[in-house]
Ligand binder design. Structure first.
Ligand code: NAD
Length: 411
């Protein structure tokens, strides 16, 4: 039975390097929890199956019991999973997100001193991305060229909606991009709530509304309307523009200055392609970002690469309304290095940090973060970074032991 101090947390160890990074993560998290709360709090880990391990033991890639356990215990943590190859198989990650309606993909991006980065000042990048996870062209409504469905859809488009713009109808595949008001509002609300809780001063909506006015433009407009009608803690640049249009720019400037002085969160929006320039030129301007699914995919990877963290950046998929959440390594199963002791466990470990924060166990989460910071600063790194920096490496298990030692020393 779950109680506040001994929660049962299901875990999926994952395929490929999954078992190695999971073992390292579990040991470090247990050490941090024990160091922070002694015997008062402890996680009761519960193994659940997915991926190759599930297939080998049960004949299915994602057993019903796995979903039931996550539904029951609300949160779970997972290593990377092999995507089964073959027609009709959907990515297990996408299935988990859709089955549990985990609508917010949350990716904090920050620099850790000692990590090789392509930027001169990587420490200026420090932001959290809220990527919509259930809609957009990722909803999976796509039809192959030459299929009966494309023919039917084209007929409908031309006959019923007078669409004449499909450039090569005979050879086109077609996809549909659904973006809804509810879907946009709940994601944007999650970003604003996070900004309020974390004392942030700016939230930015990223979209391509200049081209896709109803879908991407809808995301922006519904977002502004929702924020203006729901949050007294925020002032939007949409409000600024309205004041400037209805009155004067001076009045709008005064309203903005007043909102800033009152500690309100300033909400603005940036077109996605411009944002990809902005994050290289002025990353320090952005704190919390809310965006649609496809933009979010590109932005998450670009930002992670900026801080050298593509292999170590964490992620969580969360439904803030039901409380369901899966914290996960963002990289894949790395079959090329599995079993060699080369895997870097930081992505899963930092996802566990997000999980501890989600539980409100911030004393333990800070201990893990601090131990990672110290290890990287002291050039105590796994094979991936050791190769780039041309220094001695620790094995995955050795890296975990180093972190545990540093957590215990700090007690
Ligand atoms: P990958 O992320 O597994 O590997 C890309 C490169 O990064 C490889 O050279 C790998 O060795 C390296 N790498 C990845 N994680 C590392 C770590 N923690 N430490 C050190 N090096 C690391 O991507 P891939 O090769 O395209 O995919 C392999 C499998 O993983 C595929 O089946 C794919 O579908 C799956 N995948 C799963 C997830 C997930 O479960 N979230 C995400 C991406 C890919």
């Amino acid at each position: 039975m779950t109680n506040t101090f001994n929660p049962v947390i299901p875990y999926i160890e994952g395929d490929g390097i999954g078992p190695e990074i999971w073992q390292a993560t579990k040991k470090v998290v247990d050490a941090a929890v024990s160091s922070a709360y002694q015997s008062e709090r402890k996680i009761d880990w519960l193994e659940i199956l997915a991926g190759e391990k599930a297939f080998n033991q049960t004949g299915t890639w994602l057993p019903d019991e796995t979903l039931e356990a996550i539904r029951k215990h609300k949160i779970a943590i997972k290593g990377p999973l092999t995507t089964p190859i073959g027609e009709g198989f959907r990515s297990l990650n996408v299935t988990l997100r859709q089955e549990l309606d985990l609508y917010a993909c949350v990716r904090p991006v920050r620099y850790f001193e000692g990590v090789p980065s392509p930027l001169k000042e990587p420490e200026k990048t420090d932001m959290t991305i809220f990527r919509e996870n259930t809609e957009d062209v990722y909803a999976g409504i796509e039809f192959a060229n030459g299929s009966k469905e494309v023919a039917q859809l084209l007929n409908f488009l031309t006959d019923q909606l007078s669409v004449t713009k499909v450039r090569f109808p005979d050879t086109s595949a077609l996809g549909i991009k659904p973006i809804s008001q509810e879907g946009s509002e709940r994601l944007i609300a999650a970003a604003i709530d996070f900004a309020i809780a974390q004392g942030k001063t700016r939230v930015t909506l990223i979209h391509k509304g200049n081209i896709m006015k109803f879908t991407e433009g809808g995301f922006k407009n519904w977002g502004y309307d929702y924020i203006e009608s729901t949050y007294t803690e925020a002032f939007t640049m949409n409000q600024y523009k309205k004041i400037a249009a209805d009155s004067t720019v001076e009045k709008a400037d005064a309203a903005l200055a007043e909102a800033r002085a009152a500690g309100k969160i300033i909400v603005d929006d940036v077109i996605a392609d411009n944002f990809l320039q902005q994050i290289l030129l002025y990353p320090e301007k952005y704190q919390v970002v809310a965006t649609t699914n496809l933009n979010g995919d590109y932005i998450s990877d670009a930002l992670a690469a900026q801080v050298g963290g593509i292999g170590i950046s964490p992620g969580a998929n969360i439904n803030y309304k039901t409380g369901h959440a899966i914290f996960e390594a963002t990289h894949g199963t790395a079959p090329d290095i599995a079993g060699k002791g080369w895997a870097n466990p930081c992505s899963l470990l930092l996802s566990a940090v997000m999980m501890l924060d989600h539980l409100g166990w911030s004393e333990a989460s800070r201990k893990v973060t601090k131990a990672i910071e110290q290890a990287l600063q002291n050039n105590q790194v796994t094979h991936d970074f050791a190769q780039m920096l041309d220094i001695k490496e620790l094995s995955t298990a050795g890296f975990a032991d180093y972190l545990i030692e540093s957590i215990q020393k700090e007690q």
